[in-house]
Design a binder for this molecule. Structure first.
Ligand code: NAD
Length: 341
């Protein structure tokens, strides 16, 4: 089976491509290497004999000349939420036009699609309501409602979230009009090795990197106490899930799921600091920046009920496993990695 992974030199793309290659699939990637860190990951692909097409996903002329694939796994995005209101064109060209280009190619070749969507398709206002619209989270929030596929998507969700939601709608439209078969995974935070974290994308690896290198950090938003809660899915749990989805794709398709670390793997930012301190044995300075961004959310825990039932899947690794695996990777290549963080 021939598979194309778009955004294949990114964090999820590289891990997934190498994982699937080792499972015996024929894997190619598409990535323009624009992200800081993608060139490092590209070396990992090369050493696993995976060919990358260095193409901009917004360039349909080049995409249509690619060979035919049985499955396209779309992992290509400008995935930083805050950047999405600063560089609107880039986000729309990569995330929305890019996915539509992939859909046109899939339509022609009758390829199936697995789309990496995001928990960010859900309404910010409705998520804020779960914690009583409290903008000063002095205490860590106790677990509230888990968020499933039925949660509100109709209200503002960030421009990033909008491009993911609009892409989902294009996928469904192509399915209705042209018979395209798809799976959409709305994933929460994913983390692990080969992630080059920034404040608003990949905060777990950023946290481990800063602890390892004794660099200071900030608790941003909600009073600056670090009490926001996120579930975090280990990249290997995601890879194992997608392998199951590929194997069942002919029978189980045209489905939308939420998928995440859920109650198996979640943390407040403050607790993440404690785990990092324990594993790296370094304590760093963390400053308070109380002001909350309009795009921040206080809480997110995925409800995996639907996806667990269909694929007999649930996350096996927790936040401590994630921090430890990320730490071991960062430590191993510390000097080489300095220029990417
Ligand atoms: N990492 C997470 O926590 C997370 C959570 C939810 C959803 N997602 C989704 O999963 C997918 C993968 O995320 P990631 O964390 O691996 O992101 P990433 O930023 O690490 O990888 C994205 C890759 O896309 C490439 N790229 C960017 N613009 C491009 C363009 N115009 N043409 C070709 N390549 C381009 C980059 O070079 C990079 O290698 C994205 O669609 C993202 O929205 C990620």
């Amino acid at each position: 089976m021939k598979i194309l992974v778009t955004g294949g030199c990114g964090f999820i793309g590289t891990n997934l491509s190498v994982f699937l290659k080792k499972k015996g699939f024929k894997v190619h990637t598409l990535d323009n290497l624009s992200k800081n860190g993608s060139f490092y990951n590209f070396q990992a692909l090369k050493s696993n004999k995976i060919k990358n097409f260095k193409i901009d996903i917004s360039n349909f002329k080049k995409i249509q000349r690619l060979p035919k694939f049985d499955i396209i796994i779309d992992c290509c995005a400008e995935a930083a939420v805050e950047i999405s209101r600063k560089d609107i064109d880039k986000v729309i060209n990569t995330n929305l036009t890019g996915t539509v280009n992939i859909l046109k190619k899939a339509k022609k070749d009758k390829s199936k699609i697995i789309f990496l969507s995001s928990s960010r398709v859900y309404s910010i206002e409705e998520i804020n309501k779960l914690t009583g619209n409290n903008k000063n989270l002095i205490k860590t929030i106790t677990l509230k409602k888990k968020i499933n596929e039925e949660f509100v998507t109709s209200k503002p969700k960030s421009i990033y979230g909008l491009t993911k939601h609009a892409s989902e709608m294009f996928i469904q439209e192509f399915s209705y009009a042209f018979g395209l078969k798809y799976i959409i995974n709305r994933v929460g935070v994913v983390a692990g090795p080969l992630q080059f974290g920034k404040v608003d994308q990949g905060f777990v690896s950023l946290w481990v990197w800063c602890h390892l290198n004794k660099k200071s950090l900030n608790y941003i938003g909600y009073g600056g106490h670090g009490n926001q809660i996120r579930d975090v899915l280990h990249i290997l749990d995601l890879c194992e899930l997608i392998e199951k989805q590929i194997k069942k794709l002919s029978k189980k398709n045209n489905l939308i799921f939420t998928a995440g670390g859920s109650t198996k793997s979640y943390t407040s930012i403050k607790n993440l600091s404690k785990i990092c301190e324990k594993i790296t044995r370094n304590k760093i300075k963390i400053l308070k920046k109380p002001k909350t961004s309009i795009y921040d959310i206080p809480y997110y825990i995925s409800d995996n009920t639907k996806i667990s039932k269909i694929y007999d899947w649930k996350p096996k690794r927790d936040i401590k496993n994630i921090v430890l695996d990320t730490f071991n990777w960062l430590k191993l290549d510390k000097t080489k990695l300095k220029k990417y963080f």
